[in-house]
Design a protein. Structure first.
Length: 135
């Protein structure tokens, strides 16, 4: 039974990594789409709504992955860190909307989204790797 639980944990942590990687790809596509088609504001709101749904699914997968990684402190801390970064990425536009431009007038908001989403994906992948190494 313990072997089945370890393999199920590996699958669920892998599912979290996969969903997070999909979320990261969607953030990249959203940023590219915003750069290529600057006048499509209606489409942006639909894409933003869909990204929020994907983020919710990612958070649910993270909670499940966290439940299966509770015995390993290193894996658990990596998953918690990726969750916190994901939450920061979700809420940072609301808190820092006035700071979207730097001194030269360049948009830094998309770069912050890409960096945070990428960092969360990397941390989750490292967590999966450490979990699988412990099995």
């Amino acid at each position: 039974m313990a072997s089945f639980q370890k393999h199920l944990g590996s699958f669920l942590i892998g599912l979290y990594v996969w969903v997070l990687a999909i979320s990261f790809g969607m953030v990249l596509l959203d940023v590219l789409y915003a750069r290529l088609v600057p006048g499509a504001t209606f489409a942006f709101s639909e894409v933003a709504d869909f990204l929020l749904v994907i983020s919710l699914v990612t958070l649910i997968a993270a909670i499940v992955a966290l439940a299966f990684s509770r015995k390993s402190k290193a894996v658990r801390n990596l998953i918690i860190a990726s969750q916190l970064i994901l939450l920061l990425e979700i809420f940072i536009p609301a808190f820092f909307s006035m700071f979207r431009l730097n001194a030269q007038g360049l948009a830094i908001g998309p770069w912050i989204r890409i960096i945070l989403s990428g960092a969360a994906s990397i941390l989750a992948f490292i967590a999966l790797h450490r979990y699988n190494r412990q099995i």
